[in-house]
Design a protein around this ligand. Structure first.
Ligand SMILES: Cc1cc2nc3c(=O)[nH]c(=O)nc-3n(C[C@H](O)[C@H](O)[C@H](O)COP(=O)(O)OP(=O)(O)OC[C@H]3O[C@@H](n4cnc5c(N)ncnc54)[C@H](O)[C@@H]3O)c2cc1C
Length: 403
């Protein structure tokens, strides 16, 4: 079998953009994208928002919309429902779950992350996870005739999902060990504001308490003795990186992620890794970052695609880097939050409230350097915050120039 110019594994935003960027940059040879997912590439963010709320269809929304990307994408051969089980970097080939061996000239790994299962749940308890379109269909299907839903976890996906489900008229109980949703990441003030939004959306909060077990009948037992009978439990307790595939590949892997440079290249010169599965050196942060954000997956995919193309054409000077500060957005009960941060936590949070409930929270480390910005209804501050983070401005400067 002849090698493809570029083999991409994974059909999320990172893989799809890597494939399109490779062809847009004139990369040599053909492009094959192989994915375990059976659905054509779709956007994940709507799954916990419009899809659960019943506003968006569960068919999936396409990832690409730029005409040039779409032109390039039409030239990509796509194989869905195929899992890659092993990578042989010496022979430059991958082994698929159907026994086929696919040779490549260059490889992009874009295999994402997987949701953590809920500890303590009976094997046949009505517990759902939400990562794929298929799982979203299962959740929406199970809502038929349901009266009470328990959402476990107050990360962005848990908060978004709880608000969306409550908006459908379901009794929705959100259980979290945090004393306020996302207080650990965003601080008490922002956590309090998110709690207010959730309550206004009709969500019942159970904070500072863990789920101990979920029975097959759907009864959720909380650590404080409360029992909540649920028709459906949605576990949103984080993602994990423990892919068997990465145990087969001879490149540097750290805590389940492929270590790459700012150009997304791994320790093997023919292999790039992008999106959630990458631990990437960030030139501004000056260290390795791991991020699980839609926009960064796109940026990393584009970077890897362009760089793999440059390598295929032997034009290394054309190489680019992933260098913007990481960031993402969330939508909780009709309220949009935008957040950009280096991801190491913060020592000080300065809240600036604007008109009509909008606000900006500026986060700084112990030396007074800006390390993050959270905005609601204030896109100017979000844009400016990104610039300030990129040039490692101080909190004082950020407050002076914006306010
Ligand atoms: C419900 C939900 C809502 C979200 N909302 C937001 C949001 O509002 N904002 C935001 O910034 N981020 C959001 N995220 C996070 C964002 O979707 C992820 O960071 C992003 O999808 C990561 O992209 P990726 O391409 O790295 O991986 P993924 O999108 O996870 O794609 C990985 C792909 O690899 C495939 N795959 C895995 N292993 C193999 C294998 N061995 N062989 C072949 N194929 C394989 C998978 O089937 C999948 O197609 C959300 C995530 C979820 C689940």
């Amino acid at each position: 079998m002849t090698s493809v110019g570029l083999l991409v594994v994974g059909s999320g935003p990172a893989g799809v953009h890597a494939a399109a960027a490779y062809l847009r940059a004139g990369g040599a040879g053909s492009v094959l994208l192989v994915s375990a997912d059976r659905d054509a590439p779709y956007q994940r963010p709507p799954l916990s928002k419009g899809v659960l709320a019943g506003d968006d269809p569960v068919e999936g929304t396409a990832i690409l919309d730029d005409e040039d990307d779409l032109d390039a994408w039409r030239r990509v051969e796509v194989e869905l429902g195929t899992r890659v089980e092993a990578v042989d970097v010496v022979r430059r080939s991958v082994l698929c779950d159907d026994g086929r061996r696919l040779p490549y000239d260059r490889l992009v790994l874009a295999t994402g992350s997987a949701p953590v299962p809920l500890p303590g749940a009976d094997a046949d308890a009505p517990v759902h996870l939400l990562r794929s379109l298929e799982q979203a269909r299962a959740v929406v299907g199970a809502l038929d005739g349901a009266g009470t839903v328990v959402v476990v976890g107050s990360g962005f996906i848990g908060c978004e999902a709880a608000a969306a489900l409550a908006g459908r008229g379901l009794r929705t109980v959100l259980v979290t060990p945090e004393h306020a949703p996302q207080a650990a990441r965003l601080g008490d003030w922002a956590g309090g504001r998110i709690a207010t939004w959730l309550i206004a959306a009709g969500v019942e909060l159970r904070t500072g308490v863990e789920v101990e077990s979920v029975a097959r009948t759907g009864v959720v037992h909380l650590g404080d003795g409360e029992e909540v009978p649920a028709d459906l439990v949605l576990a949103a307790v984080g993602v994990q990186q423990d892919q068997p595939l990465l145990r087969t590949i001879d490149v540097e892997v750290d805590e389940g992620r492929v270590v790459v440079d700012a150009g997304m290249r791994s320790t093997d010169e023919h292999v790039w890794a992008v999106g959630d599965v990458a631990a990437a050196h960030h030139p501004v942060a000056g260290r390795t970052l791991t991020v699980e954000h839609w926009g960064d997956a796109i940026a990393m995919g584009r970077t890897a695609g362009a760089n793999a193309a440059a390598a295929s054409l032997d034009t290394p000077d054309a190489a680019t880097e992933w260098s913007d500060p990481p960031g993402f957005w969330s939508e909780i009960g009709g309220h949009t939050l935008k957040y950009s941060a280096w991801g190491d936590g913060f020592d000080r949070a300065s809240v600036v409230e604007h008109d009509a409930g909008s606000f900006t929270v500026w986060y700084a480390d112990e030396d007074g350097e800006l390390v993050g910005v959270l905005t609601h209804g204030c896109d100017d501050d979000y844009e400016r915050g990104g610039d300030l983070l990129a040039r490692r401005a101080t909190l004082a400067e950020s407050l002076e120039t914006g306010g």
